[in-house]
Design a protein around this ligand. Sequence first.
Ligand SMILES: [Zn+2]
Length: 244
Amino acid sequence: MLIDGHLHLTQKDIDNNILDIMAINNIYGLVVGTNPVEWRWLQEIANKNEHILPTYGLHPWYSDKYHLDELVPYLHNIILMGEIGMDSIWCDIDLKEQKKVFTAQMDLAEEKKCPVILHTKGQEKEIAEIIQDYTMPILVHWYSCEEFLDLYIKRDCYFTIGPDVRINKAVQQVVKKVPLNRIFVESDGISALEWVKGRKLEARELPINLIDTMKYISIEKGVSFIKVKEQMIKNLANYMSNSI
Ligand SMILES: [Zn+2]
């Protein structure tokens, strides 16, 4: 069993048989629904595929485009909330507005004791302060800031290691500093892998990319690949222990 700790799926990925690739390779994926249109689509797919662990949350890029009321129908059997957070690098939505939507979702998650997945781009310091007020398990997706990492480690957060670990010093720092019992790997989906690699990718290349990041972790931590793989399975059980 492999775990992709954070990925986005598209209809094109489905048409390219990514679900078969995941089933054959026994990859469980935390698949992120970022807005109401995706939530509906993802719920249908997750209902038919045990390898899909769906996560629902209004992504900061959409924080001024939808109302959180639309999340309500998904809340009664939600297992993970995300990705939620704030972003001042890849989007220019007013940060006050983003913060309102983010903290409202953190409040909902806290009420349900639901684990969350965070998007922190450019807002690492601000978000590190906000999460001090909450108690649910937190998974920080593709942390790639050279500063403030210690604040998240102190909060006992989990992390997904981004697919650019071999070329990104900030991501390498996460592997170095975060204990193995708080680490996952992620692809962020096929288009993110294509962005990192600078070329087209087939769905069947998903497992090899996850394995490559796990190999990097195994060398950095000085433990066997099998140990990394087994630890990530334990990490998932611990992270989700409130919801499974
Ligand atoms: Zn994402």
